[in-house]
Structures are given as C-alpha cells and as structure tokens.
Design a protein around this ligand. Structure first.
Ligand code: NAD
Ligand code: UDP
Ligand code: UDP
Length: 326
C-alpha cells in the first residue's frame, strides 16, 4: 500500500459515524446534509410519520449516507459515535393527530436512544423545544425558567413528552455518566417545512402563493421569533462539538421578535398577489409571547443567528414556489 492509499484508508476509518433520528424531517434533512458536507458517515433513522423520503432523495446516492425505516419507540442496535435525537412530530397538526404516539416517541424514544448511547458510549444531543416553557410568565425565556405548562391540555403530549425526555437525559447523565447535549429550539423555518403542517410560516407562504386568505389566529398580536434553519444547524453542530461539561439545556432561536400580524404583512408584501388577511379563533393554550434569551449560546458556543427574516423568507418562498409549481 502506498502512502496515498494509507492516508485514504485512515480517512475512511476515521469518519465519524453519526446517527440522526427524525433525519427525513424538515430539520433532520438539513442536518444530514451538513454532516455529510463535514465528512461524517450519516445514518438517518425515520419512520416517515411526518417526514418523507423526498426530503432526503438527493442524499441517497451518497455512499456515506444510509437511511433506515425504524420507529424509535422500539429498540435499535447499531454502532455509532454521535446521536442527534430529532425524531418527534413537531407541528401541532401532526403531534395532535396521534397524541399517545407523540408521548411514546418522546419518552420511549429517548429511553431507547439513551440506552444505545450508554452501550456505545456515544455523545447524544436532544432536540428539545421552547414548548417546555409552555405559556411563559417570564419574558424573554432563559434556561433557568421552569415553565408554565398545562399537563392535561391538547399540547401536553408534546410539551410534557419533551419535558420528560429532558429529565431522562439528565438522569442518564447523572446516573450513567453519559455525554449529553440538550438544545431547546425556538420556532425555526426554511425549505422542506411540510406545506400542510399548519405551522405559521409555511401556512402564510402557501396561502399567499395560492392567492388564498391568510389566516391569522386570534388578534395576531401574539409574538414569535423565527430562526432560519441554517443558523440552527450551525448551532447544533457547535453544541455537539462543545466540551463535556456543556450539557445544556441551551436555548437556540432568533431573539428578534415579531407579531404574527407583522409576519403576515411581510409575507404578503414579498409574495405579492391578492390574498386578504382574515382572523380565526385562537387555538387552545396558544402561547401569547415567545422570545429566546440566547446569552448562554452566545457565551458558551459563540453562536447567534445571522440570517435576517426577509433573507430567510425569500429562500423559503422560493422553495415553496418550486414545490407547489406556482
Ligand atoms: P418534522 O416533523 O419535519 O421531523 C420529525 C421527524 O421525526 C419526521 O421525519 C418524522 O417522520 C420522524 N419521526 C416521528 N416519530 C418518529 C418515530 N417514532 N420514530 C422515528 N422517526 C419518527 O419536524 P422538525 O421541525 O424537523 O422537528 C425536528 C425536531 O426538532 C423535533 O424533535 C421537534 O420537536 C424539534 N423542534 C422543532 C422546532 C421547529 O421549529 N421546527 C421547534 C422546536 C423543536
Ligand atoms: N437499547 C437500544 N439499543 C441499544 C441499547 C439499549 O435500543 O443499543 C434500549 C433497550 O431496549 C433498553 C433501553 O434502550 O430498554 C434502555 O437501555 P438501558 O441500558 O438504559 O436500560 P436496560 O436495558 O437496563 O433496561
Ligand atoms: N398561526 C396563525 N395562523 C396560522 C398558523 C399559526 O396565526 O395559519 C399562529 C398560531 O396561533 C401561533 C403562531 O402563529 O400563535 C405560531 O404558530 P406555529 O404553529 O407555527 O408555532 P407554535 O405555536 O408552536 O409556536
């Protein structure tokens, strides 16, 4: 074997084996892409509950990418170095469609993936959520806030499932010494969001492109802050690469806050067309305000979002225009 071949062999042997559960979903597909670009061997695990093969079709020909259809509520035996646990439907329409399965995915899924991490000594990152803060009484939300969550409402399967998953991560950390990373994601948007999943950015863009009414729930004065997907993925990768004592929970999101009405007006201006703003009832337990405090991410990871809302929306509108062939 000559030295060039030896070097090549070493590189192949040293490729990090990274598993992404929920890898065929919106965030997961972008993460798989990024990890392949970074030279990892990527194993995508998904049961296609809310994700699709189309999201990752462009990766299938890459020999360093593997896709397995598997439900994380069942045990899984594979050998990996790092795990990003994203499996869980994220939009209210999807997670409320089968709420028992949603809790099982968060809780049984976390137990199985933590068991796998324990056996393989893999680092494991949990995609948690700002929903662990519920309808917050503290604004903006920082990691030390324990939240204000209804345990018996229609959002509880998701919120409480994610809270229990965080508990499991910290118990595996304390009890078994696992290397854990818990990220609390705030509203993130971008290409490959599901067009019918009811989330506000995809809803407004699809409605505007089709010339349908833009549906504002409540008075539209509730606020959210929207993070572009590329910024979030950069945060994930930095978090995974952080020192062992950086466990989180750590907020990731964009601290620039907008009202839902402002978002509707921005989308309408960008897309043009004849859509009208219409007002519909506010869903139960809909949080009034949400804005992340990202001081911890700034200080520990040097991370903050870079993509401005207009720039991110342009890319997302371009994706949906093409996807819907409009
Ligand atoms: P998504 O619905 O597009 O992706 C979730 C993926 O998980 C899908 O591909 C789905 O098929 C898969 N999945 C669901 N149940 C599974 C199971 N039992 N076994 C295997 N795969 C399963 O949603 P997303 O926006 O990409 O969210 C990814 C993760 O990030 C979720 O855990 C979500 O809770 C979290 N998150 C997302 C946001 C956001 O704004 N997008 C905000 C907070 C948290
Ligand atoms: N598990 C898995 N893959 C593995 C190791 C474990 O799916 O490689 C699952 C296994 O089904 C178990 C769960 O993870 O129920 C928790 O594992 P742990 O070792 O913590 O618990 P125990 O096996 O003692 O119940
Ligand atoms: N929303 C809206 N019109 C829609 C979809 C959502 O006004 O067509 C509102 C929704 O009531 C909420 C906000 O937009 O106040 C964000 O909703 P989304 O489901 O995207 O995220 P989450 O509520 O989980 O933050």
């Amino acid at each position: 074997m000559n030295s060039k071949e030896r070097l090549l062999n070493m590189r192949v042997a040293n490729r990090k084996r990274v598993m992404v559960t929920g890898g065929a979903g919106f965030l997961g597909s972008h993460l798989c892409e990024r990890l392949l670009e970074d030279g990892c061997d990527v194993l995508c695990v998904d049961n296609f509950y809310s994700g699709t093969k189309d999201n990752v079709a462009h990766l299938m020909s890459n020999p360093h990418y593997e896709l397995i259809r598997h439900d994380v509520t069942f045990p899984l035996y594979v050998e990996v170095d790092e795990i990003y646990n994203l499996a869980c439907p994220a939009s209210p329409i999807h997670y409320q469609w089968d709420p028992v399965q949603t809790t099982k995915t968060s809780v049984h899924g976390a137990i199985n993936m933590l068991g796998l991490a324990k056996r393989t000594k893999a680092k494991i990152l949990q995609a948690s959520t700002s929903e662990v803060y519920g309808d917050p009484e503290v604004h903006p939300q920082q990691e030390s806030y324990w939240g204000h969550v209804n345990p018996v409402g229609i959002r509880s399967c998701y919120d409480e499932g994610k809270r229990c998953a965080e508990t499991l991560f910290f118990d595996y950390y304390r009890q078994h010494g696992l290397e854990i990373k818990v990220v609390r994601i705030f509203n993130t948007y971008g290409p490959r969001m599901h067009p019918n999943d009811g989330r506000v950015v995809s809803n407004f863009i699809v409605q505007a492109l089709r010339g349908d009414d833009i549906t504002i729930y409540g008075d539209g004065l509730q606020t959210r802050s929207f993070c572009y997907v590329d910024d979030l993925i950069e945060g994930f990768v930095r978090m995974m690469g952080s020192p062992k004592d950086v466990t989180g929970p750590i907020n990731m999101g964009n601290p620039v806050e907008f009202t839902i009405r402002e978002l509707a007006e921005t989308v309408l201006k960008m897309v043009g067309g004849k859509s009208k703003l219409v007002f519909k009832p506010l869903p139960q337990d809909d949080p009034k305000q949400r804005q992340p405090n990202i001081t911890l991410a700034r200080e520990t990871l040097g991370w903050e979002p870079r993509v401005r809302l207009e720039a991110g929306l342009e890319k997302t509108v371009g994706y949906f225009r093409n996807f819907l062939a409009l």
